[in-house]
Design a protein around this ligand. Structure first.
Ligand code: 3HC
Length: 318
């Protein structure tokens, strides 16, 4: 057995295991198991895809925002999401992933993006509800990722989470304003919350006992909490916020459990979740078609930038 213990591979694995066990960071130049690398590329790429696709639902209201102030806030938020996507694609590239390849995988549905972005934004209240609930769920999910074992991912999350806080606050303030408005505006907010509450719970992924990746991701320190733990945290955070807003959450089973010191709540429709994840969401086809069109429309920019870079390299070689 000592033979194996002395092999370079064993020493590398032991060093990796010690890094994880001591809650230290794995960096791009460090040796890492292939499975660890693959899991990170999968999660980070899908996280990045979610940020980019997530620009579409809210971008839908940019030209129809009710005031210059609301338009500039929404513009800033949508631009932030683009930046989060680029940040995360850069983190994936530190693992050897190729950005063009990741984009092709998104467009061909070989890789996923968050189910939540396959729902339509039917009214202006949705802009506020997405900020409050969707970015709120993202905060619950992303704050623990600031402690992810992979250095570039964890560091990217620090800046992303700061901006998500602004996203959530602007959404909640928008809804507060509408709730102080007319009966029609209050009804618009409640209808929006009714449509987005359950899809927001689905953002955290399937139940733990149906999550094939969680156990290993948590053992590697990529994920710090399970899907159900973060879902529970989000529900407990949202209930008092809904009360302060004056809306009801569309779950008859939602009730405070004093014994658990947490809210009991109903079961999301996991068959709907699986259909949306499979690409059969209300807006799935539209979202991918628009991303594909944007990629095609941008081909000339990529070609020009590549040609310019080549001339610069030729010039520097003299
Ligand atoms: N939408 C689409 N696919 C989902 C999903 C969802 N809400 N939840 C889970 N899945 C997929 C997983 O990707 C996995 O499929 P794969 O193996 O082909 O990748 C499968 O369902 C099983 O799920 P698991 O729980 O086993 O998968 P994970 O361990 O990867 O957990 C996750 C899923 C919790 C989403 C995790 O990947 C994660 O924490 N990702 C980082 C955060 C993220 O991507 N958030 C997405 C929203 S980004 C956002 O909200 C931006 C904000 O600005 C609005």
């Amino acid at each position: 057995m000592t033979q194996v213990a002395d092999s370079p591979g064993h020493a590398l694995q032991a060093a990796f295991d010690a890094t994880i066990a001591h809650e230290q960071r794995v960096e791009p130049r460090d040796w890492m198991p292939d499975g660890y690398r693959r899991t990170l590329v999968r999660q980070i790429a899908q996280h990045a895809h979610s940020e980019i696709i997530g620009m579409q639902p809210e971008g839908n209201w940019l030209t129809r925002a009710p005031s210059l102030r609301r338009k500039s806030i929404l513009m800033a938020k949508v631009q932030d999401e683009a930046g989060h996507g680029l940040y995360l694609y850069s983190a994936a590239e530190t693992l050897g992933a190729d950005r063009n390849d990741l984009t092709e995988k998104l467009i061909s549905s070989a890789q996923k993006y968050s189910s939540i972005f396959n729902y339509p934004t039917l009214t202006y209240a949705d802009v506020g509800t997405i900020g409050w609930l969707v970015d709120g769920a993202a905060i619950c999910n992303q704050v623990p990722l600031c402690r992810s074992s992979y250095g570039p991912y964890a560091r990217a999350m620090v800046r992303v989470c700061k901006e998500e806080s602004f996203h959530q606050r602007q959404g909640y303030e928008l809804l507060m304003t509408m709730m102080a408005g007319t009966d029609e505006q209050r009804a618009m907010v409640q209808e929006s919350v009714d449509r987005f509450w359950w899809p927001s719970l689905m953002m955290f992924g399937p139940p733990d006992d149906e999550s094939p990746n969680s156990a290993q991701s948590m053992a590697w320190g990529i994920k710090r909490h399970s899907n159900d733990e973060l879902r529970q945290r989000f529900v407990d955070m949202s209930v008092p916020q809904a009360k302060a807003l004056g809306v009801t959450l569309p779950d008859p089973d939602l009730v405070w459990n004093a014994e658990r010191q947490a809210h009991d709540f109903g079961e999301p429709d996991w068959s709907e979740f699986m259909q949306v994840v499979k690409g059969n969401g209300p807006c799935s086809a539209q979202r991918l078609a628009r991303r594909r069109q944007a990629h095609e429309d941008g081909a000339w920019v990529r070609e020009a930038a590549t040609a310019f870079a080549r001339t610069q390299q030729a010039a520097s070689r003299g």
